[in-house]
Design a protein around this ligand. Structure first.
Ligand SMILES: C[S@@+](CC[C@H](N)C(=O)[O-])C[C@H]1O[C@@H](n2cnc3c(N)ncnc32)[C@H](O)[C@@H]1O
Length: 408
């Protein structure tokens, strides 16, 4: 997750905090050396090698680093980059190195007797089964195994890309680690999984929906609240028939379990529907938010671009007494989660908070003008060129705006 925090004019500067982790669960033996939780930009002699020990590393495209997870090679480049741009307090926080991934989208291929549930092999559309993934929260791996049993028992046909046939295309697994009925130390490992089955049909009335319901019931019976395992939080369906590579379609249905999914990060309770973006590394995101808050002056006007369900903006509203928070997001599905999160903000928060369904790259000045702080957390493809231009020119535009309104 990369996040840029821009403190807007007159002192235009840019800070970047990067909370990254490499990968999952330590194998039973050998036990990896515990990693330091915080590694500063000051060169340090590395402790013993921290290795991934994942049996899928060579075939799966999910992880890029196998050794030195505590100090990946890119760290020096990143440190130099920020130093060059005047950021001297760049730090690197690995948080968990194994079992950190609380959100995974996995392709389902193969056959109903031998399903493959995993990621693509690098550069191909061949799915690699990753039952022992070291990045996944252990309960994601457990839920994947339960799903595999269900597919085999019910005879669910995995999707065949070339033909556009089959039932189950993808599964999204998201873990909530927020269960206040458990002592804090036990919450993470007892996380519960929200499962979304991406089904190859138009809706719940299409042929084949009996198998969808049977699979959902199987997961709930064997992994739900009343089961011995109790690792499933809820089951959802998403309907997707398109032949492109887009994972989700537009229709979402809640099938079983709790509808609302809550997590606690950055000092606030956040609601995350499966249709909204959620950060994969819950612990690192929480650490990043707490660090980020310190950069934001009290009573700022904040624009949160690429806001998703507004988690960053709302955590700032709650902790920095912001005057206003404007969240700008292109996915309208995120709005419901944003509104639920607002309902749980402390009553003392009196910021003006708005969520705008808009493309941040169109008319970016609309969002930047009047903001003291701009938070930018774009998707992997990065910032749109129009927004980069706007950020470069905001000082002069703001000066002109003030002067034409007679304020200068
Ligand atoms: C990396 S996510 C960050 C979400 C949010 N900041 C969070 O931490 O949960 C990027 C978000 O940008 C949204 N997005 C992508 N392109 C966009 C655009 N052109 N304008 C506004 N939002 C966009 C995506 O839907 C996604 O929610």
């Amino acid at each position: 997750m990369t996040l840029r925090l821009v403190s807007a004019p007159p002192s235009f500067s840019l800070f970047s905090c990067r909370a990254t982790a490499s990968t999952a669960l330590p194998p039973p033996t050998p036990t990896p050396t515990p990693a330091p939780t915080l590694i500063s930009s000051i060169p340090q002699s590395p402790p013993l090698t921290c290795a991934l020990h994942c049996p899928h590393f060579q075939s799966c495209s999910g992880c890029t680093h196998e050794f030195n997870l505590h100090r990946p090679v890119i760290l020096d480049d990143a440190t130099n980059f920020f130093r060059k741009h005047g950021v001297s307090d760049f730090t690197f926080d690995t948080c968990k190195l194994w079992g950190w991934r609380c959100r995974a989208k996995l392709a389902v291929r193969g056959s109903s007797t031998e399903p493959l549930i995993g990621l693509y092999e690098e550069g191909t559309h061949n799915v690699v089964d990753i039952p022992q993934c070291q990045a996944h929260h252990p309960n994601i791996n457990a839920a994947v195994e339960l799903l595999r049993r269900g597919i085999i028992e019910i005879g669910v046909e995995p999707y065949i890309e070339d033909e556009g046939t089959g039932d189950l295309r993808y599964v999204q697994m998201a873990v909530t680690t927020y269960n206040t009925s458990l002592p804090a130390a036990q919450r993470y490992k007892n996380g519960k999984v929200q499962v979304t089955l991406v089904w190859n049909s138009r809706n719940e009335n299409s042929p084949g929906s009996d198998k969808l319901n049977a699979l959902a019931n199987f997961l709930w019976k064997n992994g739900g609240q009343r089961s011995r395992l109790h690792l499933i939080h809820s089951v959802w369906a998403n309907f997707q028939t398109s032949t492109n590579n887009i994972i989700f379609g537009n229709k979402w249905r809640h099938l079983l379990g709790e509808r609302d999914f809550w997590e606690h990060v950055g000092g606030i309770d956040v609601s995350l529907a499966p249709s909204s973006f959620g950060q994969a590394n819950t612990r690192a995101f929480d650490a990043l938010l707490r660090r980020l808050q310190k950069y934001v002056p009290y009573e700022s006007d904040v624009a949160d671009l690429y806001a998703g369900a507004g988690v960053i903006g709302l955590s700032l509203a709650a902790t920095r007494k912001c005057r206003s928070i404007k969240c700008i997001e292109i996915n309208k599905e995120s709005k419901a989660s944003f509104e639920k999160t607002i309902e749980r903000l402390p009553a003392t928060v009196d910021s003006s908070i708005t969520w705008h369904h808009a493309d941040a790259s169109k008319e970016p000045f609309l969002w930047l003008l009047g903001s003291d702080v701009v938070v930018i957390d774009p998707p992997r493809k990065g910032l749109d060129a129009s927004l980069i231009d706007a950020l470069k020119n905001i000082s002069s535009v703001e000066r002109k705006a003030f002067s034409s309104s007679g304020r200068l």
